[in-house]
Ligand binder design. Sequence first.
Ligand code: ADP
Length: 866
Amino acid sequence: MPVIGILIGLIAGLAVWIVLDQVQSKAIERIFGRELSMRLDLRARESLIRFDQYMTNYAATTRLLANHRRLAQYLEPLFWFPGEIVDPVVYAGFRPFWLPDVFGRNALLAPSHVLLVDSRGLVREVYQAGDARLPEELTGNLNQWLGGLDEVRSVLARFDDQPYLVVSDRVEDASGYTMGSLVVLVAVDAAFLAASEGSFSADRSAVALIDADEQRILASNEPQQLIPGTLLSEWSDEYLVTSQSLPAYEGSNWNMLFATFIPQRIVTKMSDKVIDFERNQRLIAALVFIAVFSLVIYLVSARLNKVLKRMTRFSQRALGIEQPGFRGGGNQLVLLEEWMQHFTSLVLRAREEMRRKHEHEMRETEALKAAIMEASLDAIVTLNRAGAVIDYNPTAERMLGFDRQAIIGLDFVGTFVAPNDRAHFIGLLRESSRRGPLGERPHARTELRAVRDDAQLFPIEVSIVPIALEEEPVYTLYIHDITKRKEAEREIKGLARFASESPSPILRVNGAARIVYANAASQPLIRAWETEPGGPLPTRWCEQVRAVLEDGETLEHEDDLGSTIYALLFVPIQELGYVNIYARDITAVRRAEQESRQHQAELVHVCRLSTMGEVATGMAHELNQPLAAIVNYANGASRRLKSGQGDSAALVDAMAHISGQAQRAGEIIKRLRALVGKQQPIRSAVDLNLLVREVCSFVEFETAKLELQIEQQLAEEAIPVDVDLVQIEQVLLNLVRNALDALEERSPGERVLLISTRRVEDRALVRVRDNGPGIPPERMSLLFDPFFTTKETGMGMGLPISLTILEDHDGTIRAESEPGLGTVFQVELPVATEALDERARAGTPGLTDARPLMLIEQPRAGGTHG
Ligand code: ADP
């Protein structure tokens, strides 16, 4: 059990004890005092009643005696003469006839004197019980002591400091004649008082008769303790005294009180008992308080402790603060106090933190709001319910052209909305407030015209946001100046006419390749595609649409529709997901190109024929050799056959030679035919080295004539090129022939003609170099012009045609020359990506067999020429 809990319990118990002591003991004292005085009162009253009763018994006995038969009989013969002075008859020690022993029978103390008094009050006879003499005051006239006619009179009198009870009653003789009175005198002494109280004074309370004037004890029932003659004040320490007057016995010669004495120690003992009892009560109460307080404090503090711990843990978690280290140890109250302090500090900190956060957020929100208001490109105007301006951002100032202060409070509609649009705007304001707060439904927005301060009208777009504030609903207007947009719209409308007016087809298709727009000029194209506006593109173009949208790059394709050829330019508009198709009718262009190509081919052919004229001379000469050999072998064979000497083996050998030579002649003729023939250009992959060798073989005759050996420096690896064999051979042949022409000017021994091939990355190079006279610089720029020639028999078409052919093959040709030293022509072609034609690789003779020998006019394959 925690010490502090007990300590607090103790303090509380003590406090309760002190309070109870203060309050309860006084109350008990009061109650006890009241009770005591009541009891004393009662006791005194009872004593007095007993005393009174005792004296009443005397009165009754006196009456009995006065009316006794014996007394009447005794008085019958007597006659007391009035005025007669006589000594009274005294009966000392014995009772006379007229006095029977009625007192003893009535358990009363015997009176000290019984007197017979005559009607004038003089004592006639005296009975005296003991030695005591009749008091002086009773020896004379007794009238003052005697009662009336019919009543017994009891008086407490005092004679010689001794109180006496004097009881008198009328006496008559037997004939009823009033003789006088019977007076009984009893000493009220200790015995009397003791007898009157009987056994009731067992509790050692005493009674006494007191002289009221002197406050002195006259007689008591305990004369040893309460000594007669002593003053009442002497006993006040030892006794509690209650004194009562004795009104029934008035007429006395002294002022008398009846007093009851209760010993102080009895009272003290009683009060001690009460105090003890009360102290025990207080102690029990205090103990109970201590126990209850300690328990309650312990339970409450433990409970509070728990709650605070939990709350602190929560707040710690919320604030991210460390667990505090407490000094309290196991003491719940100290712990509780520390928890409370800690918790309070946490709460204060949290409150401070939250206040700071809140302020910070408020500041940020304010700053943000201000920044938004400041930076907004839209005018923001806030109206109250009546439509008056209550707030306004700088853009609004600029847009509407009013000073901020002048505008606050103005009626917005009347000031800034064009008269024709006011009714519409007011209707919109009302509708917007019916639409409810932000976010529930889209805001009311409209386009209307606003009035600037210079009375100019301009178009705006207004969005109205009603805000239900607590005091009053307000409207926030977001105003956008749409002057530029309107202008742009007008411009776009104007621009849109371009497309519709365009003589070329313009279409727009969406991502799903559906035509969303087609101008009038695209009707024939759409018809040819067998679709319609809103319909799909032909499937062959759908893939292109998807591709350009994906890559974002423009693509151009041709669409040959038989009678018409269109160039289609696919332009993606990625952000809108559209593709614009700009079509161009290129039928005429393509026809012209085809024609020019045909012309070119014919020209090439003519050119080739002219070249071949010369080549053919050489070839015809060359043809002589195999033919002569054949003739020789044939003659030889027939001679042998005729002479009969020829064995079959020799004949077979001769036949083989004949056949070989005939084949060679056939090859030569074939080549000639191929060169002369008019052919359709066909591309195939061939080895460039092979072409070079072939061309060299064409001019063997001429080189021999010039006493010149063509030097070939060919690349070791095959260089595949995708070309038209005849055309490229023609180019190379032309270069070789020009070189040979140039070398004619050199003396035979000096002539050098070098042909080299090389591959540089994806380009194939052929260089034809001669050491002829070279070309003067001024002629260099004219080399590729048609009909430029320096030769008498020249046509001046060789190089221009070569250039055209090479351009057709994505190739180039260029010349370098140093006058006097020679000329180099370099041809460059792209390397083919596909594999070489098997035969081309093998380099078999009759390479040109692969092509048709006769010109057959075939339709061109659609639009694939690069
Ligand atoms: P042609 O051979 O019919 O004259 P070309 O177009 O083939 O037509 O040649 C044009 C001219 O270029 C030639 O007449 C010649 O003057 C010059 N030419 C061409 N090749 C050479 C060369 N290797 N050396 C010097 N001049 C050349």
